[in-house]
Design a binder for this molecule. Sequence first.
Ligand SMILES: C[S@@+](CC[C@H](N)C(=O)[O-])C[C@H]1O[C@@H](n2cnc3c(N)ncnc32)[C@H](O)[C@@H]1O
Length: 223
Amino acid sequence: MNATRALLKSSSSTRWLARQSRDPFVKSRGGAYRARSAFKLKDLAGKYPILGRRVVDLGAAPGGWSQVAAEKQRQFRGKGVVVAVDLLPMEAMPGVEVVTGDFFDTGVQSRGASSTAEMADTGLADCVLSDMMASMSGIRDRDVAASLDLVSAATWLAHQVLRSKDDDLKFFMHPELVDFRKKQLEPYFFKVVTDKPASSRKESAEAYWVCLGYKGGWVPEEV
Ligand SMILES: C[S@@+](CC[C@H](N)C(=O)[O-])C[C@H]1O[C@@H](n2cnc3c(N)ncnc32)[C@H](O)[C@@H]1O
């Protein structure tokens, strides 16, 4: 990644973090969570059984989703794990292993995947969450390409770490992107739904893909 791209990414992410700390929605709910996004994940996790024992959280800073995923871990009595990956450093929290770095870096990808495998007693991940957001340059084609790169990278990791088992549903969740068609996810999951959480800003077009029940069957493309 060149220096300009790194700077653009970090400055946009830093602005986003600053906005979270001022968000009246977050403050009005007692400030228990680091970001409004926590409420979005809580809303969706209340509707779908998405949070399992081994969770990978991509684009995790400042940590709202990781907080929600870690709360769920309590029921697994110390046997659960949340691996949180972000470009930006994230304040530590109990039950969460933080991996800091660019997810396009293969070293960062394998640290995320191996942490999940090593810290859990068996298997890899039950759930891959991705809330990675590309910094917006204002140049549409470039912004769409950057977002597509992120969803492709997150989907790739989901194929690496999810394992299909009839009795144990596996999940993948990512912000919806029209250009990356739902059809590209549907062959690998029993159900793919698009949902907008109640806590998402009404004026925002954001919605998430919630992919339920990993089927496997993915074959990497030859290069
Ligand atoms: C919407 S925020 C995530 C909020 C988070 N889910 C929460 O609940 O606190 C998007 C995050 O994606 C991260 N991100 C964007 N591109 C990334 C990349 N290539 N690798 C890792 N993280 C990335 C940003 O640094 C930013 O923290």
